[in-house]
Design a binder for this molecule. Structure first.
Ligand SMILES: [Zn+2]
Length: 280
């Protein structure tokens, strides 16, 4: 394939359900690629079980566990923009239970595997060994940023379903109704930070980012098991986005012959997603 016209012809001939994007090759060697990130709810199963039972069913998602993805996008996006200065970042829904980030700045394209590994390490909360390392501006900012999300969507839920999970972080002699206030006391700031980031700090699939030849589903591909489309996710929509409402290929197909706008909800959402991608 030597041009975009050849590519278009091949796509029309082969009709693929999904396209995977890898690195730019020259003489079979990778000479560049976008900086990419993959976050999947699978990686959160140990804390996910405190808020719902979705981990027991393949590909299940709910309002509570999707919070982990909102937090992951928020934290990673802030680090990429504020600490590394990247600007051209596209987030997409993976089509099942995760999200992808594509950093398309030119200088991201040329990063070595070692540099990509260092960026992943920089935002890896789970690799911290002690409270001294926690006392760092990156974690303080992330905790501040995610505190409200944790409080409004998860804290009460964890208290109801899995109060024993809070024992390492909170004095459980405190009445449940007073525990959030307890966490806000200045002398408990490290406990509060550890609690919020244990649940919500991003858990990145490191090999996807560091391996420059790793393939990742192209935006607008169809996920093979759910039939859902890999939608772009503009930041303003993260808090209201509901992955279970994303149109499937079958819904779009079913709506093809319907003429009334009210009967073409999935199609309208699909067109809206394309227009937001163009405006990003
Ligand atoms: Zn869930």
């Amino acid at each position: 394939m030597s041009s975009v016209y050849d590519w278009k012809r091949d796509v029309q001939r082969l009709l693929p359900m999904r396209l995977e994007i890898g690195g730019l090759l020259s003489d079979d060697k990778t000479v560049g690629r976008e900086l990419i990130f993959d976050l999947d709810l699978n990686s959160y199963d140990d804390v996910r079980r405190d808020v719902c039972d979705c981990h027991q069913g393949e590909g299940r998602i709910c309002h509570y566990c999707w919070t982990f993805m909102i937090a992951g996008m928020t934290a990673v996006d802030t680090i990429l923009r504020d600490d590394f200065g990247f600007q051209r970042i596209l987030w997409t829904y993976s089509g099942r239970r995760g999200v992808h980030a594509w950093v398309m700045d030119e200088r991201a394209f040329g990063l070595s595997s070692v540099a990509r590994q260092a960026i992943v390490q920089y935002m890896s909360f789970s690799s911290l060994k002690n409270n001294k390392e926690i006392d760092h501006p990156v974690w303080k900012r992330m905790s501040r940023q995610l505190k409200n999300l944790f409080k409004t969507r998860l804290f009460r839920r964890i208290q109801e379903r899995s109060p024993q999970s809070l024992v390492p972080f909170i004095d459980t002699n405190t009445l449940p109704k007073d525990r959030w206030v307890w966490l806000r006391w200045k002398r408990h700031v490290v406990d509060s930070l550890r609690l919020i980031l244990t649940y919500l700090a991003p858990r990145i699939d490191s090999p996807v980012t560091t391996g420059t030849s790793h393939l990742l589903k192209c935006p607008f591909s169809i996920h093979p098991s759910t039939g859902r489309i890999c939608f772009p996710l503009p930041p303003k929509q993260w808090n209201v986005f509901q992955p279970w409402t994303v149109p499937t290929l079958w819904q779009l197909w079913d709506e093809q012959n319907r003429t009334r706008a009210a009967d073409r909800i999935a199609t309208r959402r699909f067109i809206y997603a394309i227009s937001t991608l163009v405006s990003i």
